[in-house]
Design a protein around this ligand. Structure first.
Ligand code: HEC
Ligand code: HEC
Ligand code: HEC
Ligand code: HEC
Length: 419
């Protein structure tokens, strides 16, 4: 596939989630981090040359790893950490291919991260052959016509072939779910469950069976609107989110896992038990339009990936353990990098720190080689901790610009200034 086609494809993908990026900013911890939007991010992904080395689900360059294989299903700061961890490997290729390392302004980095985050929410493309098998095995064919073949208990599904996004199918399944369940019961068809990539596979088959070339994309999913719908549609009467809300069903910040369609699939799978509880409580089964479904599951998806707040004390330990100070001025060593007190003075947000780290990673790679220091790999949560420390909370180097370097004692709570 040519780069131009891919860019067009990615813009479409990003277009679908356009609302997500701005709405993500609604969350307190992220509002600092994410004023960007994924559509702009997809443009930068092409413009800054990422696409030349990285494919997404097989389309794009192959010099770097494919970014569509699940590596990006994580909180934003963790995505930044993944980029950081691989910086020396990328630097190596930048030099080999004689391309300049792309540098970013903080708002651009926010957009890029929003786009990478969005990529993580997508399913791999559906497999039409597997979908054909599922359509038969799960009994859909018994009741539904598709491309002229199949039963006529339920509506003809050929019309669904124009939908490029699985959201339409999941909304249809949800809103007709109860009537479908009783039709199944009558005809002694086992009610199917959806796992893994079942829904995208089914859609790929449905699409292949339709003759049309029309491609209807889903409206953008907005976690913020989804959060409001969660209360309006009375989900909150049974479900808590991080401990707040009803206790009839599971806490969805804990129970929900997976991609957007994975979450819609879980709603389907748990449907009968939910309907029973709704009946007990006199709550009608809420109908959801495609847009509402999209907003709700974007919200539930987002709950999985809120960065836990960084811990400045752990950050101090990370700073020491990763030997950042060996170049940035731990007491006694010669300075081979800007002193951190100086650095953090001008870097006042998580985004500014992430962006600076990326922009300087090329030079840092060289210095690590010269100084014979291992590249500091940041594991789960360590980026957030480090940022909390650098921003000067609880006595990080940013708290007192004149402080030379963090000694482990300074990191301890008893010496930390009150917040
Ligand atoms: C010259 C080729 C090249 C360019 C351009 C490039 N990368 Fe990479 N990238 C790589 C290579 C090679 C690796 C693997 C490095 C390693 O294994 O340490 C990588 C790793 C990554 C990873 C980690 C992937 C994983 O599966 O672990 C991410 C995320 C990433 N790059 C994002 C980007 C972004 C965003 C851009 C554009 C700003 C970009 N890359 C530009 C070559 C490139
Ligand atoms: C036992 C029969 C039966 C089986 C099996 C069945 N359905 Fe249905 N389906 C129905 C009926 C009946 C309706 C219409 C319900 C109503 O009137 O609200 C329906 C409605 C739908 C709708 C909404 C259609 C619309 O017009 O919006 C979709 C989408 C759908 N089914 C998909 C599937 C898929 C995919 C499968 C297989 C996993 C499946 N159905 C299996 C009977 C069935
Ligand atoms: C009357 C109570 C009730 C309402 C209202 C309700 N649910 Fe549920 N929900 C449940 C129960 C109970 C379960 C667990 C069912 C089971 O164990 O099979 C559940 C399960 C789920 C699951 C699956 C969780 C998992 O373990 O994977 C999701 C997702 C979900 N609900 C989303 C929603 C959404 C979105 C709404 C609002 C549109 C909603 N629920 C409204 C009671 C409810
Ligand atoms: C091997 C030496 C070395 C180590 C270890 C090191 N750095 Fe650096 N760092 C540098 C150099 C050299 C620069 C300046 C690069 C440049 O000018 O482009 C730099 C620049 C930076 C900047 C940008 C500063 C600015 O002025 O904008 C940040 C932020 C940063 N490093 C963070 C870290 C963190 C966090 C760690 C530990 C996880 C770390 N560094 C470990 C050598 C190092």
């Amino acid at each position: 596939m040519t780069a131009r086609l891919l860019v067009a494809g990615l813009s479409l993908l990003a277009g679908m989630a356009f609302g997500a990026g701005t709405a993500l900013g609604g969350h307190e911890a992220l509002s600092v981090l994410l004023p960007g939007n994924p559509l702009e991010g997809s443009r930068l992904f092409a413009e800054k040359g990422c696409v030349g080395c990285h494919g997404v689900h097989g389309s794009g360059g192959t010099a770097g790893p494919d970014l569509g294989r699940g590596i990006l299903n994580r909180p934003l700061l963790e995505i930044a950490a993944v980029m950081w961890n691989h910086a020396p490997g990328m630097e190596h290729l930048f030099q080999e291919k004689r391309v300049a390392r792309p540098s970013f302004e903080p708002p651009q980095m926010a957009s890029l991260l929003a786009f990478l985050y969005y990529l993580g929410s997508l399913d791999p493309p559906g497999d039409a052959d597997r979908g054909a098998l599922l359509f038969e095995q799960k009994g859909c064919q018994t009741c539904h016509k598709l491309g002229g073949r199949g039963g006529s208990v339920g509506p003809d599904l050929t019309g669904y072939s124009r939908y490029a996004s699985p959201l339409f199918l999941t909304a249809g399944l949800w809103s007709r779910g109860r009537a479908m369940a009783s039709a199944m019961e009558q005809r002694k068809v086992t009610r199917p469950n959806f796992q893994g990539n079942d829904i995208p596979d089914l859609l790929a088959y449905i699409r292949s069976a339709g003759a049309g070339t029309e491609r209807v994309y889903a409206p953008p999913g907005s976690p913020k609107r989804g959060e409001a719908l969660f209360t309006q549609k009375r989900c909150a009467e049974c479900h808590s989110v991080r401990g707040h809300g009803g206790k009839v069903g599971p806490d969805l910040a804990i129970a929900v896992k997976g991609s957007l369609t994975g979450i819609a699939g879980a709603m389907w799978n748990h449907g009968p038990r939910m309907w029973a509880k709704m009946a007990e409580r006199g709550i009608g089964v809420p109908s959801l339009s495609t847009g509402e479904m999209s907003d709700l599951i974007s919200y539930l998806y987002f709950l999985q990936f809120i960065d836990p707040p960084g811990d400045a004390r752990r950050g101090a330990a990370v700073y020491k353990e990763k030997r950042c100070g060996s170049c940035h001025g731990a007491g006694g060593t010669k300075l081979v990098a800007p002193a951190f007190a100086r650095v953090v003075e001008k870097l006042s947000t998580p985004l500014a720190i992430i962006t600076a780290m990326w922009n300087h990673a090329g030079q840092m790679t060289e210095t690590t080689v010269e100084e014979n220091v291992a590249w500091p790999i940041l594991k789960g949560g360590e980026m957030a901790d480090l940022i909390a420390y650098l921003l000067g909370r609880e006595g990080g180097p940013g708290a007192t610009p004149a402080a030379p370097a963090p000694a482990s004692s300074r990191a301890r709570k008893d010496t930390a200034p009150p917040k």
